[in-house]
Design a protein around this ligand. Structure first.
Ligand SMILES: [Zn+2]
Ligand SMILES: [Zn+2]
Length: 171
């Protein structure tokens, strides 16, 4: 349900959302979230969004490919500006510690899409089901967390794609 930017009152608006969304574009709304967003117009089409997102998601371990549940609990503090409203140089003026700036297109704000982006930012780049995950055997694909297959493999910590990449770089 999109919100028209022009319908947001000058004193701002608080949205409470509790629903499911399709976090990784997998075709199922599998990630359940609750969010409280306070949206306040700053003039010139710029909106300040502050809030809190909590979600339960399922991630795939990047080493052993096991699905595991992961909780997201993130505070947010973002300025939303219409595309093209800031000069090309504006982004370069941002210094660390300043608000994040994101852009929206048209005259609507889609809160669920916004929450989805925030959740994606909060998800680890390299998800691991456990910091000690041993991954899969690069020879036979055995899940080494469950059993040791005895194959000679590359050094500890190297697995599948990463080892293959290293081989490529050597050539
Ligand atoms: Zn794992
Ligand atoms: Zn093996």
């Amino acid at each position: 349900m999109a919100i028209k930017i022009n319908d947001i009152p000058p004193e701002g608006l608080t949205l409470e959302l509790a629903q499911k969304l399709d976090l990784f574009d997998k075709g199922t709304d599998s990630a359940e979230f609750t969010a409280v967003l306070r949206i306040k117009p700053h003039g010139g089409g710029i909106l300040h969004v502050a809030g809190h997102v909590q979600a339960a998601t399922t991630l795939e371990c990047s080493r052993c490919l096991t699905n595991f549940s992961h909780k997201i609990d993130t505070e947010l503090n973002v300025d939303l500006a219409p595309v093209g409203s800031l000069g090309a140089g504006a982004e370069h003026e941002l210094v660390p510690g300043e608000l994040d700036i994101e852009f929206y297109q048209g005259d609507e704000f889609e809160p669920v899409e916004f929450v989805r982006e925030q959740m994606l930012i909060a998800v680890p780049m390299v998800p691991l089901h456990s910091p000690e995950c041993k991954g899969l055997c690069s020879v036979c694909g055995q899940d080494l967390n469950k059993a040791e297959c005895g194959h000679q493999r590359n050094g500890p910590g190297e697995f599948g794609a990463f080892a293959a990449l290293k081989d490529l770089l050597k050539k």
